[in-house]
Write a protein that binds this ligand. Sequence first.
Ligand SMILES: [Zn+2]
Length: 244
Amino acid sequence: MVPQTIDLLKKQLPVHQESLLLTGHTTTGLVLVDVVNGFCTVGAGNLAPRQPDKQISEMVQESVRLARVFCDKKWPVFAFLDSHHPDIPEDPYPPHCIVGTDESNLVPALQWLENEPNVTLRRKDCIDGFLGSIEKDGSNMFVNWVQSNQIKAILVVGICTDICVLDFVCTTLSARNHRLLAPLEDVIVYSHGCATFDIPVEIAKTAEDVIAHPQELMHHIGLYMSKGRGAKVVSEVSFDTKEP
Ligand SMILES: [Zn+2]
């Protein structure tokens, strides 16, 4: 898509982005959505980038930066890992992130999270992580995490801005409005900590059943939809270094 067209569309769908300063006064949890090889590591699988991708690399880099600070400060972190049973396909997507393969594991730069005491990992077999947190007994691991840590705000990063991030954000906002997530108040999406995949329209036209998915525009639309549902969108996240 020509850059002028994207600029025109962004003007019609403006997303005002604030900057976020985390001080520790408000209990904030970091939520990582599917920063796994199957979506982020070049050549790792059917839904992984085919070649190095700037937006995805930046998302991984920013996820690592935030995860490091949160872990240093012993703040709560919740990480979703897309993980599917080989016999249960996830329409409309081709097989991806099959349990037991490296596709369903955190990217190499985040594997250390597995040993951090403040990190909760959740393998999910659906797009929406809120639904993917439901246990067999009906309890919800994400809801329990919010409540047991008394989380007032969540900062959401990951992939894809317009799919798994968006669905999780929308359901979480509905659950919050329905008073299922007290004391959660704010759902904050970090734009540079999110990314989506790229299928330019010219490529989509050459194959059957392939839907065009221009990366920059769809990333923007994901942010726009999140904001429209009541999330805050920020383009900068910094920390008050005076805080312990
Ligand atoms: Zn999946």
